[in-house]
Design a protein around this ligand. Structure first.
Ligand code: NAP
Length: 251
């Protein structure tokens, strides 16, 4: 009998996979048997993570330098991954940034940068990898959005817009790719303890905790477990959903 939620024989690519939630996703997919490509802006960190994942889980990994906002860079990443693995079955669009500020003071470059990385980046990767997925008649695309994209967040007009856009992209792609056996889903994490959140003011952390019925912050592993489910065979009839991993913050 095959192990539940096994990813043996599958190949995955995780953007922003060098650290934080992306690293936990890479580790969790590897623990279930997938070969993993770790793509990140910082190749030194991506290489380190890839080595760690191979050592800990005994699967083949590769590391790739990519700026997801740059179409040519994404095309090169896709080409290199297909060359190494032959196929990418699972794409996790995880790379994302924040540049918070009130709209009145938000600089145009901070709006553009967040939209370019968080939304256009996911489009670039989906576009580059969907053709081979279509040919293979198999694919899993998982977009890491945020509760900020579901309910909006003051001081995050750029981030909330990018993450709401990512939900729209998820649903459009789910409809476009469904007939080719490619599922496209989104995960909306609540407050997860990573570098992205560690420098937030204490009052924002306390406020987030009050809004979370489970009374605790999430971990990167909580998000990674949900990704592993949506990447597995067991989720084959689920597409176009937004799965909140937020301790009940948004319901
Ligand atoms: P993180 O620790 O900052 O990790 C993000 C990773 O993405 C970093 O390795 C970063 O590289 C990389 N990256 C940034 N820009 C990139 C680009 N243009 N091309 C390729 N890689 C790029 O953040 P995280 O907390 O793990 O967040 C991961 C995802 O979860 C993001 O999409 C975020 O919006 C989402 N999320 C997080 C939370 C949370 O509470 N932490 C909540 C909801 C949603 P560098 O090291 O060079 O910056």
């Amino acid at each position: 009998m095959t192990q539940a939620l096994s990813l043996a024989g599958r190949t995955a690519l995780v953007t922003g996979g060098a650290r934080g939630i992306g690293k936990a996703i890479a580790e969790t997919l590897a623990a279930r048997g997938a070969k993993v490509a770790i793509a990140d802006l910082r190749i030194d960190l991506a290489e380190e993570t890839a080595k760690e994942v191979t050592n800990n889980f005994g699967v083949e990994t590769i590391s790739l330098e990519v700026d997801v906002a740059d179409t040519a860079s994404v095309k090169a990443m896709a080409k290199e991954t297909i060359k190494a693995f032959g196929q990418v079955d699972i794409l996790v669009n995880n790379a994302g940034i924040t540049r918070d500020g009130l709209v009145m003071r938000m600089k145009e470059k901070d709006w553009d940068m967040v939209l370019d990385i968080n939304l256009k980046g996911a489009f670039n990767c989906a576009q580059a990898l969907s053709r081979p997925m279509m040919k293979a008649r198999y694919g899993r695309i998982i977009n890491i959005t945020s509760v900020s994209g579901v309910v909006g967040q003051a001081g995050q007009a750029n981030y909330s817009s990018s993450k709401a856009g990512l939900i729209g992209l998820t649903k459009a792609l789910a409809k476009e790719f469904g007939s080719r056996n490619i599922t496209v889903n989104a995960i909306a994490p609540g407050f997860i303890e990573t570098v992205l959140t560690e420098n937030l003011p204490e009052e924002i952390k306390e406020f987030s905790l009050k809004l979370t019925p489970l009374g605790k912050f999430g971990t990167p592993k909580d998000v990674a477990n949900a990704v592993a489910f949506l990447a597995a065979e067991e989720s084959s009839f689920i597409t176009g959903v937004v799965l909140n991993v937020d301790g009940g913050m948004v319901m």
